[in-house]
Design a protein around this ligand. Structure first.
Ligand code: THU
Length: 137
């Protein structure tokens, strides 16, 4: 991926983390999704007094995209957390991201963003042999 779109996507994920509602974990996460038409849709984690109901940043971003009618063209994902190391999307988020990716037939780049380091991978590497819409026949 080109350096400017990558830098913009990382900046969007970091900005989204600034809106995190995480009073229980104090672990602010931001996610940003880049689509083929250039659109960027962000998400942040949204926790709940009933702790187990927390929504992850990536899942919120996918839900926002779906709610806006976006069904494909997912080209890249950036995710960032508060620690000193890059974080990777949790297992549930990998599955949720895969749904949107498979709808458009893409294998998005995943940027795992730390304060000083960006790990680059692909969703297919994080979720090999994924179960998705095509699996239902
Ligand atoms: N979290 C995310 O938002 N994304 C992930 O991929 C991992 C975890 C959130 C959930 C919870 O609000 C906090 O981080 C601590 O687990």
């Amino acid at each position: 991926m080109d350096s400017q779109p990558e830098a913009d996507l990382i900046a969007a994920a970091r900005a989204a983390a600034g809106h995190s509602y995480s009073p229980y974990s104090h672990f602010a996460v931001g996610a940003a999704l880049l689509f083929a038409d250039g659109r960027v849709i962000t998400g942040t984690n949204v926790e709940n007094a009933s702790y187990g109901l927390a929504l992850c940043a990536e899942t919120v971003a996918v839900a926002k995209a779906m709610a806006d009618g976006v069904r494909g063209g997912l080209e890249a994902i950036a995710v960032t957390g508060p620690g000193t190391e890059p974080i990777t999307p949790c297992g549930r988020c990998r599955q949720v991201l895969n749904e949107l990716a498979q709808l458009g037939g893409t294998d998005p780049v995943v940027l795992c963003v730390g304060p000083d380091e960006v790990k680059r991978t692909r969703l297919s590497a994080l979720l090999p042999d994924a179960f998705g819409p095509a699996s239902l026949g």
